[in-house]
Design a protein around this ligand. Structure first.
Ligand SMILES: Cc1ncc(COP(=O)(O)O)c(C=O)c1O
Length: 358
């Protein structure tokens, strides 16, 4: 069977199972904000229509200034892109034919983009179950690589890594001229997350990826940015197509990043609702990863093969993210997004039925 490479677009998943997409479904494979985009985007939409008449600002100056201000970095340290996905591709192009170590399981685009740039790929596999980063083991692999990709909070586990471990990694990698690419696409779902952004000036090897499509639920608009030292930013910008970020995305981005009350509300909601559904899942004897964000891994420990459970949920119109293409997981878990409370009630109902019949 040909698994879709990502979550979302559920019609492709149902097609690969030879099933038709039910009229009503809940897509737990999409890990964007369950509240949808901030209301203000809908309210101001009509004002922005004029912007589509002209080419967008290729330097993205206005948004860049606001991001720089928000993150406390220089404007020259930021490159805005057409979603985090484009920025991953630009980083991979910069690393063309280099040796790249990916801390796995992680977002599949690191590997796909690096392969397209003819990089030599190596894995550092996290321990299944706790998914913590053993930095000393990782450090022992440094001699053979030019760059390391890691994601924190990590997609698909939702686990965050200790700052001390990451700083140790950064320090040693800096001494050995190894780039460290840290994907913080989900950092703003966790109120207590401590970003590495303040270390940008200290570590020239550090490249941070951010996405605006997750928190602000604008995946269809595409918007993300990279933070690094200006020299690296210039190298990445040289690979970027002109006008890559469209005018609507720029307008939406500027307004979105000012929505701090919406971010706070989301963080609180995610924390409480995740813990609520975790209690139910644990009562039903499912195992979950120690996620700090808006998605998590889950499995039924009573069965080795999670595929029957996956099919069962699809039949009920409950769509998990398969994990078949995550090295180190290979389908042994399902990834679920934290959604609205009523969606979780339906999930709990379906899983209760599964537990009764299994
Ligand atoms: C960890 C991670 N990084 C980056 C991205 C890319 O995000 P986008 O291109 O939507 O900004 C994703 C999307 O799922 C992701 O999961």
């Amino acid at each position: 069977m040909q698994w879709p490479t990502h979550g979302s677009n559920p019609q492709y998943l149902y097609e690969s199972f030879n099933m038709s997409l039910p009229k009503k479904y809940i897509d737990f494979s999409v890990n964007t904000n369950p509240f949808g985009p901030p209301k203000i985007i809908g309210e101001r939409w009509h004002e922005w229509i004029d912007a589509i008449n002209d080419y967008p600002d290729p330097k993205t100056i206005s948004l860049k200034q606001k991001l720089a201000n928000k993150d406390g970095v220089a404007e020259e340290s930021i490159l805005v892109g057409n979603g985090g996905a484009e920025l991953i591709t630009l980083i991979a192009r910069m690393l063309q034919e280099k040796r790249v170590l990916i801390v796995q399981p992680a977002f599949s685009e690191y590997e796909a983009a690096c392969r397209a740039s003819r990089c030599h790929i190596f894995y550092h596999l996290l321990q299944e179950g706790d998914w913590e980063l053993d930095v000393d083991v990782l450090l022992s692999k440094l001699a053979h690589v030019d760059a390391i990709f890691l994601c924190t909070p990590n997609n698909p586990t939702g686990v965050t890594y200790s700052k001390a471990a990451l700083l140790k990694l950064l320090q040693l990698c800096n001494e050995k001229n190894v780039h460290v690419i840290v994907d913080e696409a989900f950092y703003d779902f966790y109120a207590e997350y401590s970003s590495l952004v303040t270390y940008i000036t200290k570590f020239p090897n550090l490249i941070i990826i951010r996405s605006l499509t997750k928190m602000y639920a604008i995946a269809g608009i595409r918007l993300g940015y990279v933070i690094s030292q200006p020299k690296t930013i210039q190298k990445l910008a040289a690979f970027q197509p002109h006008w890559s970020v469209n005018a609507l995305a720029l307008k939406i981005g500027e307004v979105s990043i000012e929505q701090s009350a919406y971010v706070k509300k989301t963080q609180n909601y995610i924390m409480n609702e995740r813990e609520r559904i975790f209690r139910t899942l644990k009562e039903l004897q499912f195992i979950v990863s120690t996620s700090k964000v808006n998605f998590y891994l889950m499995k039924d420990p009573h069965t080795h093969d999670q595929l029957p459970l996956f099919r069962f949920l699809l039949k009920k119109g409950i769509i998990p993210r398969h994990t078949a293409n995550f090295p180190g997981i290979e389908g042994r878990w399902l990834r679920l997004a934290v959604k609205q409370a009523e969606d979780h009630n339906q999930l709990a109902e379906a899983l209760t039925e599964w537990r009764k019949q299994s």
